[in-house]
Write a protein that binds this ligand. Structure first.
Ligand SMILES: [Zn+2]
Length: 223
């Protein structure tokens, strides 16, 4: 049988190894700094059936096309779909009303402008949710950042920073809340142990449903 290709190994000060099949069906390994490559390869071999199943699963999911930024095209914001309307009478570059309005002047650099708008919305909304859950749970990050990561919805650094992907602003609020809580709990419990999931569950009893939604629909959160 053909060997499974490891597309990337990300080494960091973590203690455990994680095999991740990404949205584009490639294998990424997160590993402690000193784990030998041979060991990682043997682990991939042991887990090959699981990896192949995951890869097939990812390949089956529909991949959204890149947006063209034309009138009438749909854009997501907090789980709702809005039609793009290119207009010449708005003050800023982008504005959300019944439609997603984009200034005619900016139509030539629409992708950058809309992305910037999403990011600033993510900055406001996600931070707000994070602060709210932080007060509720007592898990206090030192800082909250909005990231541009391609494949991760969130991460939690050793120095107490939590990062959230700006693309989450396209998801329903309850999905954002799941990622918010997930990373906050990581401040205290770094791995994905039973203890970790128990803590998540105590804050969000229905987290599994939200996690599944993100796995199934994560790919649609793109422009
Ligand atoms: Zn996690």
């Amino acid at each position: 049988m053909q060997e499974i290709e490891i597309s990337k190994i990300i080494r960091s000060k973590r203690r455990t190894i994680a095999l991740v099949v990404t949205h584009d069906a490639t294998l990424v390994i997160r590993s402690p700094l000193k784990t030998p490559l041979d060991y990682l390869k043997s682990l991939v071999n042991i887990k090959r059936d699981w990896i192949r199943t995951k890869m097939r699963e990812m390949q089956r999911k529909p991949k959204p096309k890149d947006k063209e930024f034309i009138n009438g095209e749909s854009f997501l914001y907090l789980g709702e779909s809005y039609k793009l309307k290119i207009v010449d009478d708005i003050v800023g570059d982008v504005e959300l009303k019944d439609n997603l309005l984009l200034s005619q002047e900016k139509a030539s650099c629409a992708r950058d402008v809309v992305k910037k708008w999403y990011k600033s919305e993510a900055e406001k909304k996600i931070k707000e949710r994070c602060e709210w859950y932080s007060r509720l749970t007592g898990y206090k990050p030192l800082s909250i950042k909005i990231s541009n990561a391609k494949k991760r919805w969130g991460s939690s650094g050793y120095r107490g920073t939590v990062n959230y992907n700006w693309r989450l602003i396209m998801a329903p609020m309850e999905i954002i809340d799941y990622v918010v809580v997930h990373e906050l709990v990581h401040l205290e419990q770094r791995d994905h142990s039973r203890l970790f999931w128990d803590k998540v569950k105590s804050i969000q009893p229905d987290f599994k449903r939200r996690r599944t939604w993100l796995k199934d629909n994560g790919r649609t959160l793109s422009i």
